[in-house]
Ligand binder design. Structure first.
Ligand code: NAD
Length: 260
């Protein structure tokens, strides 16, 4: 199927590792021009740009912390001057923060998670929508998590940020829909990336994880990247204001498998 992404101008935040890296590479392969945002590892972003270019695609890199509104504005201005705007935004930058019960959390660390995962995604979406609305086309894809829906003890900031991002998606989709712009969330389950290395590198934690996944395997970056590309394409042209879960069935709650 031709996804008609050739020449589309895409920005992926947190694009230099894990899911952002996979989505950047998959978009490049599908023919999109890809801007790889990174916070602190230019060499990783450059390597992804190099891979896209070697395969015949077009890419650029841009350093910006998504919590720095001036940096975010400069990133979009850079895209304006380089490519004349943007068609696709993937808000992928995120952290889960240190584990602590809510009454033990450091308030600054708690706030930092919200600033990156929710307010950072809002700032980038705001800049993107200001460009997409007048051109009457575009897609914003927010990477949430199964924890937009499943509580996660010790990670109250993370769950609050992802639930907030899910509702932000729905609201922005309502606003932008009449202008021909779609806003969608993709909620990954447990995917093997640097963010959860402590889980997939520990056999005991992996055994526990498998009890939560009907498909009985950890997700791979490619599982998410393929769905992201689909959602960003016209193949998903009637999908907006909703979350697509890519979780091996985790939100099917397999602990109820035996009834009872
Ligand atoms: P990752 O740690 O490889 O990627 C996170 C990226 O965000 C990194 O590149 C990091 O540099 C970037 N980042 C962090 N703070 C930033 C900031 N202030 N400004 C710009 N960039 C910043 O982990 P990942 O698994 O690829 O995570 C990507 C997204 O997917 C996150 O939003 C995460 O919550 C979400 N997610 C991941 C999983 C999973 O199992 N891996 C599951 C659900 C959701």
């Amino acid at each position: 199927m031709d996804l008609k992404l050739a020449g589309k101008r895409a920005l992926v935040t947190g694009g230099s590792s894990g899911l952002g890296e996979g989505i950047s590479l998959a978009l490049g392969k599908a023919g999109a021009k890809v801007a790889v945002n990174y916070r602190s590892h230019p060499e990783a972003a450059d390597a992804i740009k190099g891979q896209i270019e070697t395969a015949g695609g077009e890419a650029t890199t841009f350093q910006a912390d998504v919590t720095d509104s001036a940096g975010v504005a400069a990133m979009f201005a850079h895209l304006d001057s380089q490519w004349g705007g943007i068609d696709l935004l993937v808000n992928c930058a995120g952290i889960d923060g240190p584990r602590a019960d809510s009454w033990e959390c450091d308030p600054d660390q708690w706030r930092r998670v919200l600033e990156i995962n929710l307010i950072g995604a809002f700032s980038c979406s705001r800049e993107a929508l200001r460009r997409m609305i007048p051109q009457k086309s575009g897609v914003v894809l927010n990477i949430t998590s199964v924890h937009e829906k499943i509580a996660w003890s010790g990670y109250s900031a993370y769950t609050a940020s992802k639930a907030g991002l899910s509702m932000l998606t729905k609201t922005m989709a309502q606003e932008a829909g009449p202008h021909g712009v779609r806003v969608v969330s993709l909620a990954p389950g447990a995917i093997r990336t640097p963010i959860n290395k402590s889980v997939w590198s520990d056999p005991a934690q992996m055994k526990d994880l498998m009890s939560k996944i009907p498909l009985d395997r950890i997700g791979e970056v490619d599982d998410v990247a393929k769905m992201a590309v689909m959602l960003l394409s016209d193949a998903a042209g009637y999908v907006t204001g909703t979350t697509v879960f890519v979780d091996g069935g985790m939100t099917d709650y397999p602990s109820f498998e035996q009834g009872g």
